[in-house]
Write a new protein. Structure first.
Length: 119
């Protein structure tokens, strides 16, 4: 009996179910690009860190309020939600399948962060 438990445990450890977590690479885009005004901040833009694990997006750091949007290959919005500052995870709908552009836009900003996710 002990041998069976050890054997099954070993199989689960070596080839068992794996939880896949991947960071999402984000870039910066602008909805309405405007020239820099004199005296405006010239500090670097800090791109948020997010991970996608089994349909759950996890924010790695504190963040402002975001609008989170998923866009399909035809440019149609398939999912959109507001992510308040206090929220660290967002569960995406289980019916999503394929590749989507993900956009995170801080409230009141013409700048957004975008990347691509696959389900």
């Amino acid at each position: 009996m002990k041998r069976n438990i050890f054997f099954i445990s070993t199989l689960l450890i070596i080839g068992g179910a794996k939880v896949f977590s991947a960071p999402v690479d984000l870039s910066v885009g602008f909805v309405d690009p405007k020239p820099m005004m004199p005296g405006s901040s010239k500090s670097p833009i800090l791109i948020p860190g997010i991970d996608l694990t089994d349909g759950i997006i996890t924010f790695q750091d504190s963040h402002p309020d975001y609008s989170l949007t998923l866009i399909d290959e035809d440019g149609d919005v398939v999912f959109q939600t507001v992510v308040p500052t206090a929220v660290t995870t967002v569960t995406l709908p289980s019916w999503l399948s394929g590749e989507y552009e993900i956009r995170l836009q801080p409230d009141g900003s013409s700048m957004y962060f975008y990347g691509y996710v696959v389900f």
